[in-house]
Design a protein around this ligand. Structure first.
Ligand SMILES: NC(=O)c1ccc[n+]([C@@H]2O[C@H](COP(=O)([O-])OP(=O)(O)OC[C@H]3O[C@@H](n4cnc5c(N)ncnc54)[C@H](O)[C@@H]3O)[C@@H](O)[C@H]2O)c1
Length: 247
């Protein structure tokens, strides 16, 4: 087991990619903190890990709110678990909207969850990782942040911001033994795609060179690598599992 005696905080772990990462990390021996906005979903996944013999706790968290994130990390401190791994995964898809019709509220909400959330959680985690001279942070970006997604400008901008953040933070905190990297998935079968038009969903399988959409477990496998010592010399990188859809 790769993560025995390690604690991983995973945001948005009540669903999709975060859920798969939480289950896989628990399987690798990690104590898992489910930092999820949806209390019912967070509790459900924490219980599932516990019934499988793992250690997990759910902390209802809104990553877009600095006070809520501070409360999350205080809860982890109080539990005495410490923190070794942070996965900034929480996200929202939003609806496809032409840029010229995008409201201030929709724009700000998108950046608040993805970009502010990644900053707030990383700040708290790094403060705790520095004294340990060790830690791994994985930010979930997207191909949208690399290639740009028409009608998804706020999402693309937020994800591109996360990529810039990853590169800067990776260089900055490497001297403390903390490694910051990003995963930029292509299309992955999760509820975040539910709001997309059927036409686009059908096209996903045919336009990806591998001939299919990705599965959350395929992203979790990469997260295991980036959180483990197997990637001890990997810093500030953006790795994109996308079935060949973007290279
Ligand atoms: N599914 C894809 O095709 C795809 C592709 C590239 C990147 N991503 C990214 O992967 C990440 C996970 O998405 P997913 O596909 O698993 O979607 P999902 O909707 O299945 O899961 C997202 C989770 O984040 C939680 N969440 C939303 N806002 C939150 C907040 N403010 N605080 C805490 N939790 C919050 C939701 O409740 C949900 O459980 C997101 O960052 C998303 O942008 C997804």
């Amino acid at each position: 087991m790769k993560f025995t005696n390690k604690t991983a905080v995973i945001t948005g772990a009540g669903s999709g990619i975060g859920r798969a990462i939480a289950l896989r990390f628990a399987h690798e021996g990690a104590r898992v903190v489910i930092a999820e906005l949806d209390e019912a979903k967070g509790t459900e996944i924490a219980r599932l890990i516990q019934t499988q013999g793992g250690e997990a706790m759910a902390v209802t968290t809104d990553v877009s709110n600095a006070a809520s994130v501070a409360q999350l990390f205080q809860t982890v401190d109080a539990n005495g678990w410490g923190i070794d791994i942070l996965v900034n995964n929480a996200g929202q898809g939003g609806t496809l909207t032409p840029l010229h019709q995008l409201t201030d509220e929709a724009w700000q909400a998108m950046l608040a969850t993805h970009l502010n959330g990644t900053f707030y959680c990383s700040r708290e985690a790094i403060n705790r990782m520095i004294p340990n001279k060790s830690g791994a942070i994985i930010n979930i970006a997207s191909v949208a942040g690399l290639a740009g997604m028409p009608m998804g400008t706020s999402y693309s901008a937020a994800k591109a911001g996360i990529i810039g953040f990853t590169k800067a933070a990776g260089k900055e905190v490497a001297r403390f033994g903390i490694r910051v990297n990003a995963i930029a998935p292509g299309w992955v079968e999760t509820p975040i795609l539910d709001h997309l038009p059927d036409k686009l969903r059908d096209a996903m399988n045919t336009t990806v060179p591998l001939g299919r959409i990705g599965q959350p477990e395929e992203i979790a496998a990469l997260a295991v690598f980036l959180a483990s010592e197997e990637s001890s010399y990997v810093i500030g990188q953006v790795i994109s599992p996308n079935g060949g859809g973007y290279a």
